[in-house]
Design a protein around this ligand. Structure first.
Ligand SMILES: Cc1cc2nc3c(=O)[nH]c(=O)nc-3n(C[C@H](O)[C@H](O)[C@H](O)COP(=O)(O)OP(=O)(O)OC[C@H]3O[C@@H](n4cnc5c(N)ncnc54)[C@H](O)[C@@H]3O)c2cc1C
Length: 370
C-alpha cells in the first residue's frame, strides 16, 4: 500500500485528516497515512490574540489531533522534520528517524528563523520573545502576564503587520498599565492593507494609547531595543512578531523553491519539480498566482488539497484550486471590537468582533467533532 505522509498539522491538513478519517469511518480504505506534528494539538493563530486578551483559555484555541484521528488507521508521530530529500522520498525527523514516503504533503507553516533574525538584529535570540512557534509563545505568555502584576512593564511589539497589531491591542486589554510601543520595521503600519484599514488601525492603536514608531529594531540588549534611527528604547519584553520566513530545512530538499525559499506549487497545489509532493498554506508559493500568506488562504486550501491528494493517489485528474481574489480579513482590537476588511471595503465595531468570534469558534468546532 502506498504511504502518504502529511507533514505538519496546519490549517489545510486538519481538513485533509478529517476527510480521510470520515472515509475510514464509513468503511472506505484510506491509504497508509502518517501525520507528523511537533505538538499534539494545532493552535489556531486567529484566536491567539483572544487568548492574550484573556477572552479564551489556550485549550479553546486548539484542535486536539488524537480525537481527530480516533478510530482511523492514521498514525501520528509527534516530531518535527529537520531535513527532506525529495529525490530519495525521505524525511529526517528531529530524533534522527528517517521516514520514507510515496506521497508527501507539506503544511508546516512559516517560521521565525532565529539564525537569520539574529544576523539582522543581534541580541534578538537572547532577549526576544518570539511569536512562533505559537505553542511555545502560548506557554510563555502567562509568565509575562504574571510579571506585569509585580511591576509596570514596558513591552515593544516588533512588527507592524496583522500579528503585531492584533497582539498589541490584545496586550493593552490584558495589561492596562503597561507601556506599549509598536515598531513597524520602517514600513507603513498595516502595509498590506488598503489605506482605509490603515487609518482605522492607526486610530484604534492611538485610542488604546499604543505608541507607533515607523522605525526598525536593529539590536537588543538587556532592557533595551536599538532602533535604526539611532534611538534606544527602554523595554522589558520585546515581542517578536516579524514576518514569516521559509523553513531552512527546505533549502537542501531538492524541491523547486521560490526566491524566498517557499515550496513552489502549481494551481493544483503540486510541487513544480516533484509530482509526488504537494504543499499548502504559508510554506507554499503559487507560481501561477501569488497569494498573500494568511490563515484564511491556508484554510481555504484544505478542501482542494484533500480532493487533489485523493485524486493523485488513485490516478485521477487533479483540479485547479481557485481561491477568491478577496477574502474577509478580521483584525481583533482587544476589547471585543474588531476591524473587517474585504477588498476595498472596511468596517469596525463590536459586531465585527462577534462575527470573528463565531467564525473562529466554528473553525475549531468543525475539527473537534469526529
Ligand atoms: C498572532 C497572530 C495572529 C494572526 N491572525 C491571523 C488572522 O486573524 N487571519 C489570518 O488569516 N492570518 C492570521 N495570522 C497568520 C496565520 O497565522 C498564518 O498565515 C497561518 O498560520 C498559516 O497557516 P498554515 O496552515 O500554513 O501554518 P500553521 O498554522 O503555522 O501550521 C503549521 C503546522 O505545522 C507544524 N510544523 C511546523 N514546523 C514543522 C516541522 N518542521 N515538522 C512538522 N510539523 C511542523 C506546526 O507546529 C503547525 O502545527 C496570524 C498570525 C499570528 C502570529
Amino acid at each position: 500500500m502506498k504511504h502518504l505522509v502529511l507533514l505538519g498539522a496546519g490549517h489545510a491538513h486538519v481538513h485533509v485528516v478529517k476527510n480521510y478519517a470520515q472515509l475510514a469511518r464509513h468503511g472506505a480504505m484510506p491509504p497508509q497515512i502518517t501525520l507528523v506534528s511537533p505538538y499534539p494539538r494545532q493552535l489556531y493563530s486567529g484566536m491567539l490574540p483572544g487568548f492574550i486578551a484573556g477572552h479564551y483559555g489556550l485549550a479553546q484555541c486548539g484542535i486536539e489531533l488524537e480525537p481527530l484521528l480516533a478510530g482511523t488507521p492514521i498514525r501520528l508521530i509527534l516530531r518535527s522534520a529537520v531535513a527532506l530529500d525529495a529525490a530519495a522520498s525521505q524525511i529526517t525527523l528531529d530524533n534522527g528517524t528517517v521516514l520514507g514516503f510515496d506521497w508527501l504533503s507539506v503544511n508546516t507553516g512559516p517560521v521565525q528563523d532565529r539564525q537569520r533574525l539574529e544576523k539582522q538584529m543581534p541580541g534578538v535570540r537572547e532577549h526576544g520573545l518570539f511569536v512562533r512557534p505559537i505553542e511555545a509563545f502560548g506557554a510563555l505568555w502567562p509568565r509575562v502576564a504574571e510579571l506585569a502584576q509585580t511591576q509596570a512593564l514596558r513591552l515593544t511589539l516588533v512588527g507592524g503587520g496583522a500579528a503585531g497589531i492584533e497582539l498589541a491591542m490584545a496586550i493593552r486589554h490584558r495589561l492596562p498599565g503597561a507601556a506599549l510601543t509598536l515598531l513597524t520595521g520602517g514600513s507603513p503600519l498595516a502595509a498590506n492593507y488598503p489605506q482605509a484599514v490603515q487609518r482605522r488601525v492607526a486610530g484604534a492603536l492611538k485610542d488604546r494609547n499604543i505608541t507607533v514608531l515607523v522605525d526598525a529594531a536593529i539590536g537588543f540588549a538587556a532592557a533595551e531595543v536599538q532602533l535604526a534611527s539611532g534611538a534606544r528604547l527602554a523595554c522589558d519584553v520585546p515581542l517578536i512578531a516579524t514576518g514569516a520566513q521559509a523553513p531552512a530545512w527546505l533549502q537542501g530538499s531538492g524541491l523547486a523553491l521560490d526566491a524566498q525559499g517557499f515550496i513552489a506549487v502549481d494551481a493544483c497545489l503540486r510541487s513544480t519539480s516533484h509530482p509526488q509532493v504537494f504543499a499548502a498554506g504559508d510554506v507554499s508559493s503559487r507560481t501561477d498566482r501569488p497569494l498573500a500568506r494568511s490563515g484564511v488562504y491556508a484554510v481555504r486550501a484544505g478542501a482542494a488539497l484533500a480532493d487533489n491528494l485523493e485524486a493523485a493517489l488513485s490516478g485521477q485528474a487533479l483540479k485547479r484550486h481557485q481561491p477568491p481574489a478577496h477574502t474577509l480579513n478580521l483584525l481583533s482590537c482587544g476589547q471585543r471590537e474588531a476591524i473587517a476588511s474585504w477588498g476595498p471595503l472596511s468596517a469596525q465595531g463590536r459586531w465585527v468582533w462577534w462575527l470573528k468570534d463565531r467564525i473562529d469558534r466554528g473553525f475549531i468546532r468543525r475539527y473537534q467533532k469526529p
